[in-house]
Design a protein around this ligand. Structure first.
Ligand code: PGA
Length: 245
């Protein structure tokens, strides 16, 4: 499997930017490029025809339907041609009180309809300084792996996103990323034997640091926030990632 680049626009962007980004990266074959754009833009994706780009939701509700104003279900994402969904991003854990329990419920909702969940894990600065980084991320991952049907676990991709590196311009060093990714893969194999977990790194990734991160043996791709909001720069980043294997 080739490297994976996931763009997380958060609550940013426009239809114009979407068109520009698809034009820049839509033909890249050496890496899988997945765009996690705000939900309204997902309704435009079918209009792009035969682009290589794949699509992700940034959030999903855990129930199938009901009186939950403002929410989007996993089957609605499928209907829009969406194949991936971010789950448990630290911004959702922090600002929308998402617990490990909710992250599991959302992961299951995705798996039930064949959406590949990109489960985000990461420690805070305090947790890292207290020497608890590996413990925290392993717990976040095991809570999910423990609760999903084993046969569907290979659909899960994990994104290691240290909270202190998100939007701060201060990325984790390639060595830190490698250490955590290796620990996550080990924790995954303890839960489900022979599970080959793919782990992305996220947190201040840009065209200058992507290559060094990707050279680490256990970094299988990147999750990119701010640097995915400029079409040309994002293409350079994707090209760096594509060329790194
Ligand atoms: P950043 O965001 O690249 O802007 O740090 C990453 C993320 O939150 O997914």
């Amino acid at each position: 499997m080739g490297p994976l680049v996931v763009a997380n626009w958060k609550m940013n962007g426009s239809e114009q930017l979407l068109r520009a980004v698809v034009q820049e990266v839509g033909g890249l074959a050496e890496a899988t490029v997945v765009l996690a754009v705000p939900a309204p833009y997902l309704s435009l994706t079918k209009g792009f025809g035969n682009t290589q780009v794949e699509w992700a939701g940034q959030n999903v509700h855990w129930l199938k339907s009901g009186a939950y104003t403002g929410e989007v279900s996993a089957s609605m994402l499928v209907e829009m041609g969406v194949g991936w969904c971010l789950v448990g991003h630290s911004e959702r854990r922090q600002h929308f009180s998402e617990t490990d329990e909710l992250v599991l419920a959302k992961t299951k909702a995705c798996l039930e309809v064949g959406i590949r969940p990109i489960v985000c894990v990461g420690e805070s600065l305090q947790e890292r300084q207290a020497g608890k980084a590996l413990e925290v991320v392993s717990r976040q991952l095991t809570e999910v792996l423990n609760g999903v049907p084993r046969a569907l676990a290979p659909l899960i991709v994990v994104a290691y996103e240290p909270v202190w590196a998100i939007g701060t311009g201060e990325e984790a060093s390639p060595e830190i990323a490698q250490e955590v990714h290796e620990a996550l893969k080990r924790a995954a194999r303890c839960e489900i034997e022979a599970l080959e977990l793919r782990v992305l790194y996220g947190g201040s990734v840009n065209a200058d640091n992507a290559n060094a991160l990707m050279r680490m043996p256990d970094v299988d791709g990147v999750l990119v926030g701010g640097a995915s909001l400029e079409a040309l720069g994002f293409r350079q980043l994707c090209a760096q990632v594509a060329g790194s294997v």
